[in-house]
Design a protein around this ligand. Sequence first.
Ligand code: AMP
Length: 268
Amino acid sequence: MTTLAENLPGNSIGFVPTMGALHEGHLSLVKKSSSENDATIVSIFVNPTQFNDPKDFDRYPREVARDLNFLRSETVAAIFLPDTAEIYPNQDLIQYELGNLTSVMEGAFRPGHFNGVASVVKRLFEIVKPDKAYFGLKDFQQFQIIKKLNEQYELGVDIVGCETIRDTNGLALSSRNALLSVEERTLAVHLSETLKLMASRSQRMSHLELEDFGKNHLKGYPDIEVEYVKVVDPETLMPPLTTLNRGERLALLAAKIGKVRLIDNMKV
Ligand code: AMP
């Protein structure tokens, strides 16, 4: 059986896995991959195993025709649209042991989420066989977990992190933003605003003071339901040692606005 990659020209294959409802954030990954590889493959697959809430899975935006159009002007060699049976030929999911990275923040609030992410990424890598794969730092915890998965299971892919693309008002682009009402979108801007305020205070605050500041600031917006505001060492995702410089810590938050759950992060 030939693999997707074997049918493509050139030597290096860049891969951009997505769940569709594409936006400029996804596009920045595609452009980076195109600039660094002979051929780029984009996958679109709304992965059921990473949704801990079935309603979230049902609501997730699906716009494949629009996505294909959106990618038309890009140099993409192949768009991979697998179905669930192709990704999960067996019913049983492996339980991945990826250590502490999976137990905090998103791992704590979305049980099973990262096991689903690890399952789909490992399977997609097996099918696509890329040299490099591109992931957004907006999903920072996911990025660290995929690096660990790649090392631990010797998948041999060069994992590349790409900066978060934001709206002009600071809101991190996300497929889920399409689910926000106009009022909710206005409210969502306070997430990145809070992170910016934390960054501007970071010189004089410990990580705990910064977390408290962020949580208190968001209390001013009762329609934002905060799940966590954390300041961590980006490598370990644990509380930062005092030796870590200001500006090298990472502030991460998750909050629900109406039914839509959003995450964001910024160096502080
Ligand atoms: P998703 O379709 O949400 O699973 O995202 C697919 C990839 O795009 C992931 O690696 C995300 O981290 C990345 N991504 C999503 N939003 C952004 C953004 N605003 N900036 C950069 N990358 C992003």
